[in-house]
Design a protein around this ligand. Structure first.
Ligand code: SAH
Ligand code: DHB
Ligand code: MG
Length: 216
């Protein structure tokens, strides 16, 4: 086991304080054959903290999987708050629906099934926090939609923007790498956001996430 796996475990036990509903969501996703690519517990808690910090009443997620990150973020919502999460694969949405119900969040969370580029145009903003975590080749398009559905002060978080460092290979033929590079080009040219990205190691290996604050 890599040292950062052990450190992630230590930090999870010490600081993150996962619970039965979150663990059950991961176990049920695994049992249903979903890939083990949900955010780590530490990353989930960070999303919860960010949602609380922006006082998020409306949250948008692109890429539901089994609902693990959705549960973390929905728990940060105040009474009457809402999270809309977009998922292309019906089976993932079904597993997520059950996990979200088990976490007693079915009133707060709405899953929209279909390719996100089809469901995004049907949404009404503004969202206070958007979490982009679906197919990486469409990252730039998802970011444009999230920005359109934001207000000044909103946050947009994008997962998996480093992928073992492959992001710096300009000639990569990997559509996910090119998707992240197009996203970065777009953010670099976009005056309405102020952004940074943080590299991470942990239970999911070497990766990173982008945080963009909408300023105008
Ligand atoms: N956010 C989740 C993990 C998402 S994994 C968590 O941390 O718990 C990525 C998800 O995006 C998968 O469920 C995949 O089916 C979904 N996805 C892939 N392409 C998509 C698309 N075009 N539109 C919507 N969802 C998509
Ligand atoms: C993959 C997708 C993710 O969202 C992630 O966090 C890790 C891996 C993947 O498609 O391989
Ligand atoms: Mg991800």
């Amino acid at each position: 086991m890599e040292i950062w796996d052990k450190v992630d475990r230590y930090l999870e036990e010490k600081l993150v304080q996962s619970d039965a509903a979150l663990e059950a969501a991961l176990a049920a996703s695994d049992k249903a054959g979903l890939p083990a690519i949900a955010v780590s517990p530490s990353h989930g808690k960070l999303l919860w903290i960010l949602a609380r910090l922006v006082g998020a009443k409306r949250i948008l997620e692109i890429g539901t999987l089994g609902g693990y990150s959705a549960i973390w973020m929905a728990r940060a919502l105040p009474a009457g708050g809402r999270l809309i999460t977009l998922e292309a694969v019906d089976k993932h949405a079904q597993v997520a629906k059950a996990n979200i119900a088990k976490a007693a969040l079915e009133k707060q969370v709405e899953i929209r099934v279909g390719p996100a580029l089809d469901t995004l145009p049907t949404l009404q903003g503004p969202f206070d926090l958007s979490f982009i975590d679906a197919d990486k080749q469409s990252n730039a398009e998802y970011f444009s939609w999230a920005l359109r559905l934001s207000r000044p002060g909103s946050l947009i978080v994008v997962d998996n923007v480093v992928r073992d460092g492959r992001v710096i290979d300009a000639r990569s033929r990997d559509a996910s790498v090119q998707g992240v590079r197009r996203l970065n080009d777009l953010i670099a040219a976009e005056k309405r956001v102020s952004a940074t990205a943080v590299q991470t190691v942990g239970a999911k290996g070497y990766d990173g996430f982008t945080v963009a604050m909408v300023t105008g």
